[in-house]
Ligand binder design. Structure first.
Ligand code: SF4
Ligand code: SF4
Length: 381
């Protein structure tokens, strides 16, 4: 721990070695925080690595698992004016590596989605697109390859057509045909990109199809499958959840060989945890990511980017209020990222000073847990 000395005017002098190691300029600004008797210096660095953009909250489907069944937010698309502010903001985010076009809506329904992708690619930033895959026709597939989208993640919640139709109300064969079409376009255009990922929300009604999921992923040349537990927005979905307070058996997994040009790789399935206990880390904060909603408002993650309710593990309903840290129409993203509130919030999440209601002895009687307010004084919980 290097010792820091204040000069005769009370100015702290940070050691050269420390500044060099952290690549901090000597004139950098810091927030000075006092917490539980400690003094903390938070560096004001525009070190965003990942930017999630929600092009629209509109969708061509009405899935049974979707948050849009219960939320109170409007169905709306991002204007090109708002998107223009985001693109301008990117110049002041030197560590930005990836833009992810996803959110609670179908990005491919946005009339200007290809222009948006092109504008990001012109800045040499990698692009991921999340989609339900139903609008991925040949023309769209060709454009995604041409623009250099390097990851496409398609949601497929059933391996049997009837299971998929039951969850998503659409035809599995159409999604699979679209993915095959994309693979043909990749071969025709001599590209390995976009690499395909599959997302699968596991339910009582589709868990038996997990062993077939690896075979389907192999046939579709997917590089990765992400299986996640359902977050229950409706009573109906509570009957479909596989987790609970009691220990659950681990889910079946598998892998497959994947040819990528001259390379042979191993495709993998990532399975959700099936044992209870709060996971005291946040992927969004850990990845230095921020989320911009359709209206340009900035939130720290998708879970806090809308107003909705869901059922916790013990069946208690929780109302979630959107947590907004700034508006990209009014302020550059770097300024929002380095604001006092956002810097402190990230620091709190990294230290994880948050209570976990389902772990708490007062959970059956406490009313506070019905909202996303923390009983330890930090909001949102
Ligand atoms: S495709 Fe996605 S956004 Fe659209 S209804 Fe289904 S879960 Fe919701
Ligand atoms: S809000 Fe209530 S249930 Fe949640 S941790 Fe605090 S006291 Fe416990």
């Amino acid at each position: 721990m290097p010792k820091v000395r204040a000069d005769s005017k009370g100015c702290l002098v940070l050691p050269d070695e420390f500044l060099k190691q952290r690549h901090f300029p000597a004139d950098m600004e810091y927030w000075l925080d006092e917490r539980e008797g400690d003094l903390i210096l938070h560096a004001c660095l525009p070190d965003v690595r990942k930017l999630y953009i929600e092009p629209t909250t509109g969708c061509n489907l009405y899935c049974r698992t979707c948050i849009r069944n219960v939320w109170s937010d409007p169905e709306a698309a991002m204007t090109m004016d708002t998107f223009g502010h985001l693109v301008e903001s990117m110049a002041a985010l030197p560590q930005l590596k990836r833009v992810v076009f996803t959110g609670f809506g179908e990005p491919l329904t946005h009339p200007h989605i290809l222009e948006m992708i092109e504008a990001v690619r012109q800045r040499d930033v990698a692009v991921t697109v999340g989609s339900n895959g139903l609008l991925l026709d040949r023309a769209m597939a060709r454009e995604l390859v041409r623009l250099g989208v390097d990851r496409l993640v398609v949601s497929v919640d059933g391996v049997k057509p009837e299971t998929y139709a039951d969850v998503r109300g659409a035809m599995l064969s159409q999604v699979l045909d679209n993915i095959r079409g994309l693979n043909e376009e990749k071969v025709r255009l001599g590209s390995l990109m976009p690499a395909l990922g599959i997302e699968f929300v596991v339910l009582k009604g589709n868990v038996a199809e997990l062993p077939d999921l690896a075979r389907l992923a192999s046939r579709l040349h997917a590089a990765r499958v992400l299986v996640s537990n359902v977050l229950c927005y409706t009573e109906e979905m509570r009957g479909q959840m596989l987790y609970g307070y009691e220990p659950q058996p681990p889910l079946d997994s598998g892998g497959w060989l994947l040819r990528a040009g001259d390379w042979l790789m191993w495709g993998t399935i990532e399975l959700p945890r099936m044992h209870w206990g709060a996971e005291r880390r946040c992927r969004f904060i850990g990845d230095r990511a921020l989320v911009v909603g359709w209206d340009g408002k900035v939130s720290p993650c998708y879970a806090l980017s809308h107003n909705y309710s869901y059922f916790a593990i013990d069946g208690r309903r929780k109302e979630v209020s959107r947590y907004v840290l700034g508006d990209a129409n009014q302020q550059p993203l770097a300024e929002i990222w380095m604001s006092e509130e956002y810097v402190r919030f990230r620091s709190e999440v990294r230290a994880f000073h948050f209570p976990s209601c389902p772990d708490c002895d007062l959970r059956d009687t406490c009313d506070l847990r019905e909202r996303n307010e923390g009983c330890w004084g930090w909001n949102p919980s």
